[in-house]
Design a protein. Structure first.
Length: 415
């Protein structure tokens, strides 16, 4: 059972530098065991246990050089979670990075940011100046990504740090085995690293007292859309989506129609699903994923087919284009959806979309294409009427769709 969020990153009254020094004085194996015992999982979306990633990076480095990278990129502009931490508690991320470096044996680290976040950059640079004299042989640099959604994906991020384009890479080898400049590299979300000084101070059991058994701790979420108080909130894993909505003052405006959960590649759940619990497994079971932890409130004047088409329009422009399923698949899907909301759709478009979703999920190279399938799977399942009205009755359920901007559908949507 989740308990109240007494375990806060944003309000942590903590001398992070003190905990960093304590961690650095510990035996690395002991430090990794502590993180493993805490159950801390990656906050960047996939939920991989940090302790296991630390252990794998350390083992691959085998006493040689390794790198640590704090992913503070905020690829989803609607979910500025790293920015929120960097503005309020930059020292938690810097000292978390130093703790991770001590665990894996790294002497080089990067704080990787969006190129357009001047205030966060200034905040972290100031905090770094304060911390630097105490970091010993650990060299930490602030690096700026390219902008764009793919810039936050871990293998693309490593390419950027090597002065290449933000393109995904086949895995394995994972960054923990072979990352930056072919050396073992720990890439962790800034939010994940920010939990480390707190775990070192309070211990694994205290950390696990908040959240759920499989998803301990708290999570920052960004509540956006038609809601009274949009913003970034810190909640304990285990709260329901409805409780998060209440915390943000509740849905506003027209009738509440659904929740888009997980950022641009996240699924859209209908209004009956406010009981879904915020944790990695529950969101997956509901057909979506934690992703960028954006929860966007959608109202009844939105046509879901149009919404899905807009998301695929965005994704087809943001894909790095390296793998065919994602490069061609996102464009194809956009074309079919565009055809449906332009009332040119046919009944067999739906099984075809389903097949394309499977294809994206099974064959894409990275999380971008894999997770985008959830937009299709959830919208077709949770809002069948929006699709049916357009396909069978040739009318928009909300009266808002205008015919597609192009006739792309007619040339692209034939099998
Ligand atoms: C398209 C895309 C964008 C991503 N953007 C971010 C990001 O901005 N910040 C982040 O921490 N993780 C992002 N991730 C996840 C990273 O690839 C990686 O899993 C994460 O940084 C690992 O850290 P964690 O284990 O602490 O979650 C993104 C993934 C994808 C597929």
């Amino acid at each position: 059972m989740p308990s109240s969020a007494a375990y806060r990153i944003l309000d942590a009254e903590i001398d992070a530098a003190h905990e960093r020094d304590r961690a650095r004085a510990m035996d690395p194996e002991q430090l990794i065991a502590l993180v493993e015992a805490s159950g801390l999982r990656g906050r960047g979306g996939a939920g991989f246990p940090l302790g296991r990633k630390l252990a794998a990076t350390r083992a691959s480095a085998a006493g040689g050089s390794a790198y640590v990278v704090a992913n503070a990129y905020d690829a989803d502009p609607g979910s500025p979670l790293a920015r929120t931490i960097l503005l309020k508690k930059p020292e938690l991320v810097i000292d978390g990075l130093a703790i991770a470096a001590a665990a894996v044996g790294a002497t080089s680290g990067y704080l990787y940011l969006r190129p357009d976040g001047e205030s966060a950059k200034r905040a972290v640079e100031r905090a770094l100046e304060v911390a630097r004299p105490a970091l010993g042989d650990l060299q930490v640099e602030v690096a700026l990504g390219p902008g764009g959604f793919m810039g936050g994906e871990e293998s693309a991020l490593l390419a950027v740090l090597e002065s290449r384009r933000a393109m995904a890479r086949q895995r394995p080898p994972y960054p923990a085995q072979q990352g930056l400049l072919m050396r073992p590299t720990l890439v962790s979300s800034a939010e994940t690293l920010a939990a480390l000084p707190v775990i070192v101070r309070d211990g694994a059991d205290a950390f696990k007292r908040v959240g759920t058994e499989t998803s301990p701790g708290t999570k920052l979420v960004s509540v956006t859309g038609a809601v009274a108080s949009p913003g970034v909130y810190e909640v304990a894993f285990g709260v329901t989506l409805g409780e998060i909505l209440d915390r943000a003052g509740g849905a506003t405006g027209k009738t509440f129609k659904g929740l888009h959960v997980g950022g641009p590649t996240g699924g859209i759940l209908n209004a009956t699903r406010t009981g879904v619990v915020l944790d990695y497994e529950s969101l997956k079971a509901a057909g979506t994923h934690l992703g960028s932890a954006q929860i966007r409130v959608i109202t009844s004047d939105v046509c879901i087919v149009n919404e899905a088409a807009m998301l695929f329009d965005y994704l087809s422009k943001e894909t790095c284009g390296l793998c065919v399923p994602c490069r061609v698949g996102t464009k194809r899907v956009e074309g079919i959806l565009e055809g449906i909301y332009s009332d040119l759709g046919r009944a067999d478009d739906l099984p075809w979309l389903d097949q394309l979703a499977d294809h994206l999920q099974q064959f894409s190279l990275c999380g971008f294409g894999i997770t985008s399938a959830s937009i299709l799977k959830t919208t077709m399942r949770e809002f069948p009427d929006d699709y049916r009205r357009h396909i069978d009755e040739k009318s928009c359920p909300t009266g808002t769709c205008t015919p597609a901007r192009s006739r792309r559908y007619e040339t692209m949507a034939q099998p």
